[in-house]
Design a protein around this ligand. Structure first.
Ligand code: ZN
Length: 316
């Protein structure tokens, strides 16, 4: 039986992870190498020599006495959670196909639910910011999609009052295989919102395929020659149209992953859940390096205080 190369690729085994990152010292060294890949350099005077103050996990410049750490100005900033638990959380999030819910994370790494939720959302926010500036190019298929439960007696799909609307887009290779995905929550599918989304997330040279949804017509006005409106027949679903096959397959996986792992994504945090799926999907060919990628992303993401972490972020 033919094996799916993405599904059957080797990841990092738990024993291998524990050997490499099982102690706080190993994790601190990994962050040191991420922060200073060419050796220590003082942020104040650029001197390259330091002494280590173990009791405070602090590096002090031997010339100007400036003190710093591997956690400062990262998502680990001010966290009382040991680095070994942070690394285990990153390992579990990066190596599981559908991620891991905060409740499961709490049990696996041995912290309170509030702490697990905070760690999980800080990492999801870092993933969101990392991919936010990536623009799609080439052949791009776009559709409107919805996240969350349906209100009893409410409308389904377009026009639903309780679902979180989001723009779902994927770029395809010349052989029409999926390349990158982008899921962006929007307040509603107005022409203004779609036009703003297209300018922010698509290269002007992209060839864009959409169905007949009127809100997407604005894309023709932005780049008239590159917008293909695929005619829809009443008895045919978008998933049956070749252009939309991959987009609909991936959207099905998104909804299964979020519904299965998280039961339901709370309205207001949809962008983070979508970003986590998107981050993993866009790096799906490199499962082993996905862990290192997320360590790097966390190390170069700014601190996120609790009050900002709780703030709903969907509507833009
Ligand atoms: Zn210095």
């Amino acid at each position: 039986m033919a094996q799916n190369k993405v599904q059957f690729q080797d990841g990092i085994s738990l024993p291998e992870f524990m050997v490499k990152y099982g102690t706080d010292e190993q994790c601190e060294k990994a962050l040191f190498n991420t922060k200073w890949p060419y050796g220590f350099k003082c942020e104040c005077c650029e001197h390259d020599s330091f002494c280590y103050i173990k009791s405070r996990q602090t590096f002090q410049c031997t010339r100007c006495k400036y003190q710093t750490s591997v956690k400062i100005n990262t998502i680990f900033h001010s966290s009382k959670v040991p680095l070994s638990k942070w690394f285990l959380a990153i390992y579990l999030i990066s190596q599981n196909k559908n991620g891991i819910a905060a409740l499961s994370l709490k049990r696996q790494i041995g912290v309170s639910y509030k702490t697990a939720w905070s760690m999980k959302h800080k990492l999801m926010q870092a993933m969101s910011e990392k991919d936010a500036k990536r623009k799609l190019f080439g052949l791009v298929t776009i559709d409107d999609a919805y996240l969350g439960g349906q209100q009893h007696g409410g409308k389904r799909g377009r026009g639903s009052e309780v679902k979180q609307p989001f723009v779902a887009a994927i770029s395809l290779t010349s052989k029409e295989r999926p390349l990158y995905a982008k899921f962006t929550p929007v307040e509603s599918f107005t022409s203004v919102n779609i036009g703003s989304w297209a300018e922010q997330h698509l290269y002007p040279s992209s060839v864009v395929a959409t169905d007949g949804f009127a809100s997407f017509n604005i894309i023709s006005k932005i780049n008239e020659h590159n917008h293909v409106k695929v005619p829809m027949q009443p008895d045919r679903k978008t998933g049956e149209i070749p252009f939309f096959h991959w987009l609909n397959t991936i959207l099905g996986n998104v909804k299964n992953a979020i519904a299965g792992t998280y039961r339901s994504s709370r309205k207001g945090y949809g962008e983070r859940y979508l970003s986590e799926f998107q981050y993993r999907f866009n790096r799906r060919f490199y499962l082993r390096s996905l862990f290192i990628s997320l360590i790097y992303t966390a190390s170069y993401s700014p601190p996120l205080p609790w009050r900002l972490l709780q703030r709903a972020v969907d509507c833009k």
